[in-house]
Design a binder for this molecule. Structure first.
Ligand SMILES: Cc1cc2nc3c(=O)[nH]c(=O)nc-3n(C[C@H](O)[C@H](O)[C@H](O)COP(=O)(O)O)c2cc1C
Length: 160
């Protein structure tokens, strides 16, 4: 758990660099063979905020799971990975039930290793996500969301 500005600034130096460099205009206007999706619009909005959403959150939870490297060869190896994502979902649900909001940032390899070293996490653990927790800004923009089309997305018995 990170609470102070110093702790968050130290841990998320790399995230700040990435967020500062992200050019949302360029990303959203890049030529694509299909119209920009809602997920891409969300991504373009979210990426420049990836540092401040952690820095401005009063609490940042950093869950860890036992793992030297991702490996789904045996149940015993995959178990910590699948379990931690259930734990993460439970944290989101519990925070929401308390009227709080959550943000998440999933570090890629380089950032993962940097943060792990900075926080002195033992080598046998991995960090799946950084979770910011606090009261959501009621004035924050809400981007258009995908509506699930269950008739198309649910398959009974077999795919078709
Ligand atoms: C590791 C990882 C982290 C992601 N982080 C975010 C995020 O912080 N915000 C977001 O809106 N989407 C996030 N996404 C989902 C993207 O929005 C999604 O991949 C989107 O379609 C991006 O489109 P693109 O891959 O064509 O750029 C993430 C996806 C992955 C795999």
């Amino acid at each position: 758990m990170l609470r102070t500005d110093e702790e968050k600034e130290y841990a998320f130096e790399y995230a700040k660099k990435i967020a500062d460099r992200f050019d949302a205009e360029k990303y959203l206007n890049a030529p694509r063979p299909y119209p920009t999706t809602l997920a891409q619009k969300m991504y373009g909005y979210a990426m420049p905020r990836q540092y401040t959403m952690l820095k401005n959150a009063p609490y940042v939870v950093i869950p860890v799971f036992k793992c030297k490297e991702l490996n789904g060869e045996y149940v015993s190896k995959l178990n910590p990975f699948s379990t931690i994502w259930c734990v993460i979902e439970n944290i989101f649900l519990a925070a929401t039930a308390e009227g709080l909001g959550c943000s998440m940032r999933i570090p890629l390899n380089e950032e993962h290793d940097i943060v792990k070293a900075k926080l002195k996490v033992p080598p046998t653990y991995m960090i799946p996500v950084f979770i910011g927790i606090g009261y959501a800004d009621p004035h924050e923009a809400v981007l258009e969301q995908n509506a699930a089309d269950l008739d198309k997305q649910l398959h009974y018995g077999r795919w078709k």
